[in-house]
Write a protein that binds this ligand. Structure first.
Ligand code: ADP
Ligand code: MG
Length: 701
């Protein structure tokens, strides 16, 4: 090891000094040698390969050209100002464009000088151009040190003023690397590096900044990304070990009368293979003597509720109570009605507790819970209030958990002597490897099969210009006895603009679908719970044919006769939300439709979202696209993304490596859970560091 070298303060690194050190610290958070060495370039330019203007045929890659600038002009005014240069090599001409930094670029460009430019060509109306290319005087490029590849670092104006533009940073790094001692600190054990075929850490660092061959760079990148993912997995696995494996839980050894009776006489259909598999996983968990912490991922309509119910019956058969927490009153109500119907002929008592339950009724529920008379409590946040006490809570089922905070889940814990088994259901499927990382402390079950006989929902995109034909289609469907949802975006329930959109929409629909022939329900966040409930019920009973609503109907609502989902201003919805909304139809035997309405002008992301929706009904595929569009940080929310602060790895694109890192971490933890084996001492050090870096990844228990 050579820790003292890595700890060298940045001001003492050759070519830095006090003034540049200040800039390094304030602009890039680089305080010492190790920070500098880990400031990786964002790309390398291969200085040996030149294209020619006439050979450009792809937008896929950045390319290098050598030639002169024969014309330069500023076009447009104000914010639309741009700088256009005509670049010419031996084969032809191409336009270079700058939209920003014109003042800075313009004086740098001289006639009579030969330049090397580097950038990504794009085709516009049949001709090629390059926007914001790197521009170097050719004679300077020939003098560039550092071998064939030129590393490009991101810099800032402040750094640039101190000579630390990309080339300047590159020079400082070359100095640092030249001094790199032979015994630089390793972070992974020798044996692991060898078995994975990775370069040493020293080699990896050198090849990140100054590779001789592109393969060397890629190998270095892989090793360093692996390291990031590996230590993250270790953190999560260790946490899971502490939270789950070592936490005792109630044992449910018995498959009792309630379960058997329901399964044999009242279920009314055969479980799908996926549902059976997940049930098996749950049963193993609850009979292990340890605490269950399981996430069930399943697309909308895959039948998660029935699995939850069966798991609940298992708890009751073994003398425990169950609670089911839903994110909204409407959903809690629906679960309550569903459970009551399914359990009507069985000796299991179900109660509903939401914010709108009156005091007297509430008191009766509290008593029933404490005496043990109530077996299943269904509700919203109301059921985690301290006043709610159970005689013997054995299982907590949480529907659509992304709406529940970690702190709220912790409150549930306080309600039993042994922590209740936890089953979380989510209809926002995400790629498995990512799920393992997001919910590292949960075991994951996947229901990846829909009940038989479902017809795929047909999804189309229509612009506002097609509104008349869309309305005509709705009338046809209504004539056949179907029902229709029309959904408006409402990002924040309080946004009055959105509310106005909804009301305008409602009025226009009322005009096109006049009473008494048509009955319309309306549902939005500003309504009182009783009114929402009333409107929802009218629609569910088939008394109204159209339900005009904001996204309050997003999750879980189940009206099998509704077969058309019209989404207004589709461009304002995220992909997972659209998929959730579409999942409200296609629940009955009829062919269902989803009509995505939008304006003419769409951003390219909105276009991709709409196209994805039209192309597939598969929630997992949709979530992969979502992941690519938004990045994992957004999907996971800020709280968890702190954990994902990688320098190099990317959860969306490095899933294969992520799986590998996880496998290696699992094998390691199996063999040496406390990392006490001397051969794992480096890993123990790395884990400690990773744990320290983790911000407030608050525990669930
Ligand atoms: P989600 O996973 O979206 O919560 P639900 O549990 O609401 O899905 O199930 C959707 C519908 O499918 C319900 O009406 C349910 O009764 C039905 N269902 C569930 N499992 C099966 C099955 N194995 N066979 C037939 N229908 C099923
Ligand atoms: Mg559901």
């Amino acid at each position: 090891m050579n820790q003292s070298f890595l700890d060298t303060p940045i001001e003492y690194v050759k070519g830095v000094g006090p003034s540049r050190a200040d800039a390094f610290k304030s602009e890039l958070g680089i305080y010492k040698m190790s920070d500098l060495l880990e400031y990786y370039p964002f790309r390398h330019i291969d200085r040996t390969v030149f294209h020619t203007v006439t050979s450009i045929d792809s937008e896929a890659f950045s390319i290098q050209l050598k030639g002169r600038i024969v014309r330069l002009k500023e076009l447009g005014t104000g914010r639309a100002t741009r700088l256009s240069a005509t670049f010419q090599d031996d084969t032809g001409q191409i336009e270079l464009l700058w939209f920003k930094g014109i003042k800075w670029v313009k004086p740098k460009i001289k006639a009579d000088l030969e330049y090397v430019i580097y950038g990504k060509p794009t085709q516009f109306k049949g001709t090629w151009n390059i926007a914001h290319p790197d521009l170097e005087v050719a004679s300077n490029v020939e003098k560039l040190e550092g071998g064939r590849f030129q590393a490009v670092y991101s810099s800032s104006e402040k750094l640039g003023k101190k000579g630390l533009n990309s080339a300047g940073i590159s020079k400082v790094l070359r100095n640092a690397i030249a001094q790199l001692p032979a015994n630089i600190e390793e972070t992974l054990p020798e044996s692991m590096i060898a078995s994975l075929g990775f370069p040493s850490r020293r080699t990896a660092i050198i090849n990140m900044h100054a590779p001789q061959r592109i393969e060397d760079y890629l190998a270095a990148l892989e090793r360093l990304k692996f390291e990031e993912l590996f230590f993250l997995q270790l953190v999560l696995l260790r946490q899971k070990l502490v939270n789950t494996k070592r936490t005792l839980g109630a044992r449910f050894p018995k498959v009792g009368e309630l379960f058997t009776d329901f399964y044999q006489k009242h279920l009314g259909f055969e479980l799908t293979g996926a549902q059976k598999r997940v049930m098996k996983e749950v049963r193993l968990d609850v009979n292990s003597g340890y605490h269950m912490n399981r996430l069930i991922q399943g697309d909308v309509g895959s039948g998660k509720t029935i699995v939850a119910l069966l798991a609940g019956l298992l708890a009751i058969d073994n003398g425990y109570q169950v609670c089911l927490m839903a994110p909204t009153e409407i959903l809690a109500q629906q679960h309550y009605e569903g459970f009551q119907k399914m359990l009507a002929e069985l000796p299991a008592k179900v109660a509903l507790l939401t914010g709108s339950v009156k005091t007297a009724a509430r008191r009766a529920i509290h008593e029933g819970l404490e005496s043990g008379e109530i077996n299943i409590l269904i509700g919203t946040h109301a059921l985690i209030e301290p006043k709610v006490k159970f005689k013997c809570l054995g299982m907590a089922i949480i529907d659509e958990q992304h709406r529940f905070g970690v702190a709220q889940r912790a409150k549930l814990w306080a309600k039993a002597t042994l922590p209740p088994h936890v089953l979380v259901m989510t209809a926002t499927p995400i790629p498995r490897t990512l799920a393992m990382t997001m919910y590292g402390d949960l075991d994951i079950s996947v229901i990846d099969e829909l009940p038989p006989g479902r017809k795929a929902i047909k999804t189309v995109h229509r612009t506002d210009a097609h509104r008349l034909s869309v309305f005509a289609f709705l009338k046809d469907e209504i004539k056949k006895g179907r029902q229709v949802y029309v959904v408006y975006p409402l990002i924040e329930e309080s946004q009055s603009m959105d509310y106005k959109d909804l009301m305008d929409g409602y009025e226009s629909i009322s005009r096109s679908f006049p009473m008494p022939e048509y009955q319309i329900s309306i549902l939005h966040g500003k309504m009182k719970p009783e009114d929402k409930d009333y409107e929802m019920k009218r629609f569910a009973r088939g008394e109204t044919q159209l339900l005009v609503a904001t996204t309050v109907i997003e999750v879980g609502v189940n009206v099998p006769n509704a077969s058309v989902m019209v989404i207004e201003s589709t461009e304002r919805f995220g992909l997972s939300q659209l998929h959730q909304l579409r999942g409200r139809v296609g629940r009955g035997a009829e062919q269902s439709y989803c009509i995505l309405m939008s304006g003419q002008k769409l951003s390219s992301d909105a276009r991709t979202r709409i196209k994805t929706m039209c192309d597939t009904n598969d929630g997992f595929k949709i979530s992969e696209v979502d992941l690519e569009l938004r990045g994992p940080g957004d999907i996971m929310g800020t709280q968890q993304s702190g954990l994902m602060n990688f320098k190099l790895a990317n959860l969306a694109t490095d899933q294969v490596l992520l799986s590998r890192a996880r496998q290696v971490a699992i094998a390691l933890i199996d063999e040496d859970p406390d990392l006490t084996d001397p051969k794992n001492s480096l890993i123990a050090i790395g884990l400690k560091k990773a744990l320290k870096q983790r911000k407030d990844w608050s525990k669930i228990s």
